[in-house]
Ligand binder design. Structure first.
Ligand code: UDX
Length: 457
C-alpha cells in the first residue's frame, strides 16, 4: 500500500507537491495554519496562479486523496512521511529567519509516529538540518524520526512541470533506508507523469523556462549538509549567470555589440549553456534574492567571504536604475512623458510580485515621468500594494498603451511577446519601445518605424 503523506505549508512548493502526489495515488494531507488558504483548497482550487495546478487540486479533492486541513494533530499521526514546505524569509541582516522551520518541526514531532520520515523541502542554511534534528530528538526522545533534506528546484510558472519532470532529485540524510523511501515516492511521481497528458502545463514550461521533457531524472544522494548547500549554491550560480550577462550588457551598450547575439554565441558552448543569460532588469522573486543573501550570511558565520556574490547583488540592484537612465537618454525629457509599463510580476507565468524588478522600475518612473500606467495579465491585485499610488492600473494592454509616449516591456508575458508590435504605432503618441527583458524582435520593430531600446542591444 502506498504511504500516507502530510505536507506542512501550502505555498508554491507545498501545494504543488501535495496536489501531484495525491493524483499519483498517495493519500496526502495538505496542512496550513491559514484557514482562508485551506478553505480555498477545499473548494478544489489553488489560491495562487500556476499553470495546470487547479486541475490537479480539483482532482485530488474529488478523489478524496488530497485532504486540506489546518490541523497538524489530524494529519501527522496518520503520516509515514512528512514534507516540511514552510517559508524561510530573510531577516533585515540578510540571514534566514528559521522561525517557521522550528515551529513546523516541533509541531510535527509532537504528533509523530515511530519511524516517521521528516523531509525538509524548505531552503535552509547549511547546518540547519543537524540542529533541527537534535531539537526534535530532545523534544520527543521516545520516538525515532529520520530527518532527510530534499531541496526543491521548481521554478514558479512551471511548478507543475518541474515537479513532474524534474531534472534531478537530491536526497540527503544519514539513514539509507529513509533516503530510499523518499526516492521511491518520486519514482512513483515519475511513473504518474508518464501516464498523463501534459499539454496544459508543458506549454508554459517550454515557453517561459525553456524546459524540455525529462523523464529520466538523475538521483543524487548525499549527506545532510551537502544537500542543503546544493540548493542555495544552485540558485546563487543562476543569479550569478544573470548578473554576469547584465554586466556584459553594459559593455555592449558602449561598444556596439548586441548582448542577445553575444550570449547566443557564448551559450553555444555546451559547458556554458544558453539558459539564464538573458540580460535585462535582473532577478527578483521569492528565491534568488533571499537565497543569495542567505548564502552570504551563512558564509560570514563560517568566516568565509563571497565577494563574487556581493558583486552579483550590486549589479542586480543597479539594473532598474540603468534602464531608467537609458530610457531618459533615448526618450529625452521624461517629466513630459506618459509611460506604459507592461508586466509587474517578478517573471512571467506567475502572479507573484515579491521583489519584482518590474515594480521597482514602475515606482522609479512614477517619480519622474508625467504619467505611468501599468498592466499585468495576472498580478494586478498582488502588485497594487507594492506599487506607488501614482502608478495607474489599466484593465487591458490596449488601454495601457493608448496614447503613450513610451511603452516598456517590463515582464515578458507570452501575450506581450506575441503582440503585433509592428502595427502598434498608430495607437501610440510616441515611438519608443523599451524592451527591458530583451525578448522582442529588434529588427522587425525597427523596420516598422518604432525606436527599439533594449538593455545591451
Ligand atoms: C528559482 C530557480 O530557478 C528554481 O530552481 C528554485 O527552486 C527557486 O528559484 P524562480 O524564483 O521561480 O526559480 O524564478 P526563475 O525562473 O529562476 O527566475 C528568477 C529571476 O531571474 C526572475 O526575476 C527572472 O526574470 C530573472 N531572469 C531569469 C533573468 O533576468 N534572466 C534570465 O536569463 C533568467
Amino acid at each position: 500500500m502506498k504511504k500516507t503523506i502530510a505536507i506542512i505549508g501550502t505555498g508554491y512548493v507545498g501545494l504543488t507537491t501535495a496536489a501531484l502526489l495525491s493524483n499519483a495515488g498517495f493519500t496526502v494531507y495538505t496542512v496550513d495554519i491559514n484557514k482562508e488558504k485551506i478553505d480555498t483548497i477545499k473548494t478544489g482550487k489553488s489560491y495562487f496562479y500556476e499553470a495546470g495546478l487547479n486541475e490537479f487540486v480539483k482532482k485530488g479533492v474529488e478523489l478524496g486523496t488530497l485532504l486540506p486541513t489546518t490541523s497538524v494533530e489530524e494529519a501527522v499521526p496518520q503520516a509515514d512521511i512528512v514534507f516540511s514546505c514552510v517559508g524561510t524569509p530573510d531577516k533585515p541582516d540578510g540571514s534566514s529567519d528559521l522561525t517557521q522551520i522550528y515551529a513546523a518541526a516541533e509541531s510535527v514531532v509532537k504528533h509523530a509516529k515511530e519511524g516517521l520520515i521528516f523531509v525538509q523541502k524548505s531552503t535552509v542554511p547549511v547546518g540547519t538540518g543537524k540542529a533541527v534534528r537534535e531539537h526534535m530528538r530532545s523534544t520527543r526522545p521516545d520516538v525515532s524520526v529520520h530527518y532527510i533534506s530534499n531541496p526543491e528546484f521548481l521554478a514558479e510558472g512551471s511548478a507543475v512541470y518541474d515537479t513532474l519532470h524534474f531534472d534531478r532529485l537530491v536526497v540527503g540524510g544519514e539513514d539509507n533506508e529513509a533516503v530510499q523511501e523518499v526516492v521511491t515516492v518520486f519514482h512513483e511521481l515519475t511513473r504518474f507523469a508518464k501516464s498523463i497528458d501534459a499539454s496544459e502545463y508543458a506549454e508554459y514550461a517550454a515557453f517561459y523556462n525553456g524546459k524540455l521533457f525529462n523523464d529520466d531524472p538523475q538521483i543524487i544522494t548525499t549527506n545532510l549538509e551537502s544537500a542543503e548547500l546544493i540548493k542555495v549554491t544552485a540558485n546563487a550560480f543562476l543569479a550569478l549567470k544573470i548578473s554576469f550577462a547584465n554586466s556584459i550588457a553594459l559593455l555592449c551598450d558602449t561598444s556596439g555589440a548586441d548582448i542577445s547575439q553575444v550570449m547566443h554565441g557564448v551559450g553555444g558552448d555546451r559547458r556554458i549553456g544558453k539558459s539564464f543569460l538573458y540580460a535585462g532588469l535582473g532577478w527578483g522573486g521569492g528565491c534568488f534574492p533571499k537565497d543569495v543573501s542567505g548564502l552570504l550570511a551563512v558564509g560570514q558565520s563560517h568566516g568565509v567571504q563571497l565577494p563574487i556574490m556581493e558583486s552579483a547583488v550590486e549589479v542586480n540592484q543597479g539594473m532598474p536604475e540603468y534602464a531608467v537612465e537609458k530610457l531618459a537618454q533615448e526618450a529625452g525629457n521624461l517629466p513630459e512623458k506618459t509611460i506604459a509599463i507592461l508586466g509587474l510580476s517578478f517573471k512571467p507565468g506567475t502572479s507573484d510580485v515579491r521583489r519584482s524588478q518590474s515594480i521597482k522600475l514602475a515606482n522609479m518612473l512614477a517619480q519622474i515621468a508625467k504619467e505611468v500606467r501599468a498592466f499585468d495579465p495576472q498580478a494586478m491585485e498582488e502588485a497594487r500594494e507594492h506599487t506607488d499610488e501614482e502608478v495607474l492600473f489599466t484593465g487591458t494592454l490596449e488601454e495601457c498603451i493608448e496614447g503613450a509616449d513610451v511603452v516598456v516591456l517590463a515582464t515578458e508575458w507570452k501575450e506581450f511577446i506575441e503582440y503585433d508590435w509592428t502595427s502598434v504605432q498608430d495607437k501610440l503618441k510616441g515611438t519608443i519601445l523599451l524592451d527591458a527583458r530583451n525578448r522582442l524582435d529588434k529588427d522587425a520593430i525597427t523596420a516598422a518605424g518604432m525606436r527599439y531600446v533594449g538593455i545591451g542591444r
